[in-house]
Write a protein that binds this ligand. Structure first.
Ligand SMILES: [Fe+2]
Ligand SMILES: [Fe+2]
Length: 330
């Protein structure tokens, strides 16, 4: 399986013969589906790739609270408000599990936060788009959490133990998120013509950014081959994107909504949909910091970090006092 995947992405990855004895033991374990745990030997590149991926994932969960948090005080009913609150709290929990998983690789949460606030660490571009109407909360749950599930389900089988275990719980919660979003869309399309139009408008704005969540096309994806050989990544970006389109288009049809893509067409031969070109220019612009809400999101995170300084200091002071008391008692 390992050799075939490397070949299919067309990038050179060391063969078993070219590896050092340590690397060979490591790769053999991965090929045998045995998890790598924090104290095991691992190549520096594996550790770095995981730190980058897990911290980016954690930051996405935390920044991802902001667009939806924008609607908590304006949810249309008490029930919707309670559901949305629970969902946004789940995302905070996801961020925390993931920061903990990354910490097992020797990076601290403070370091990861510093990298985010300095603009050195990335988070998912999708969270740089604004939530203009209540329907956006439906579209995010349905499409953004839907795409997240598609990305995260294979990560439950990731070769790094702490990351794969965090993903199991996260995936369970993501499926609730997806359903709450679809439920909002169902309600809107059965409502007044204005409400249905609002749902269509949200789909129009969130469709392309959701497809971008799977990352650049395979041909331009730099890290893929090695990540696959290391069991960090199981499927290519294009494969997952295709799966998402095939699953989501019938859901849009069921809602009576139109997917905003004139080139979308069922392809009998491949048993999936063909779809139009994605505007990768936009993707890279948002990634560079030029999306509609990049500045706002970073300002909100910086403010949260600064506002929380007294609390972190208090915790540290308390921990020091306890430690001092323990020493005095000994
Ligand atoms: Fe999440
Ligand atoms: Fe979610």
């Amino acid at each position: 399986m390992y050799a075939q995947e490397v070949k299919s992405t067309g990038k050179a990855v060391k063969s078993l013969e070219e590896m050092t004895p340590e690397e060979r033991v490591f790769q053999t374990r991965i090929d045998a589906d045995i998890k790598i745990e924090p104290k095991d030997w691992m190549p520096e590149g594996y550790r770095k790739t995981l730190v980058r991926q897990i911290s980016q994932h954690a930051h996405s969960e935390i920044v991802g609270q902001l667009p939806e948090g924008n609607w908590i005080t304006r949810a249309p009913t008490l029930d919707r408000k309670a559901i949305l609150l629970a969902k946004v709290q789940d995302e905070a929990g996801h961020g925390l599990y993931l920061y903990c998983a990354a910490e097992t690789l020797g990076v601290s949460r403070d370091q990861m936060t510093e990298q985010l606030l300095a603009g050195k660490a990335k988070y998912s571009s999708i969270f740089n788009y604004p939530t203009l109407t209540w329907a956006d909360i439906g579209a995010i749950g349905w499409l953004v959490d839907g795409a997240a599930i598609m990305n995260q389900v294979p990560l439950q089988r990731c070769s790094y133990g702490p990351y794969s275990r965090a993903m199991i719980r996260i995936c369970k919660e993501e499926s609730f998120h997806q359903r709450q979003g679809y439920d909002i869309m169902m309600k809107l399309v059965k409502g007044t013509p204005e409400q249905k139009a609002m749902a269509q408008d949200a789909l129009n704005r969130w469709w392309q950014p959701s497809l971008m969540m799977f990352g650049p096309p395979d041909a331009d994806s730099i890290h893929s081959a090695q990540s696959m050989a290391w069991g960090i990544k199981q499927n290519s970006n294009d494969e997952l994107r295709q799966k998402f389109v095939d699953q989501t288009v019938p859901q849009a049809t069921y809602l009576g909504l139109t997917v905003p893509d004139p080139d979308l067409k069922w392809n009998e031969e491949k048993g999936g949909y063909d779809f139009g070109e994605i505007d990768w220019n936009e993707f890279f612009e948002v990634l560079k910091g030029n999306g509609p809400c990049n500045k706002e999101r970073m300002e909100a995170r910086r403010k949260a970090w600064d506002d929380g300084a007294w609390f972190r200091d208090g915790l540290m002071a308390h921990a020091e006092k306890r430690a001092a008391r323990k020493i005095a008692a000994e």
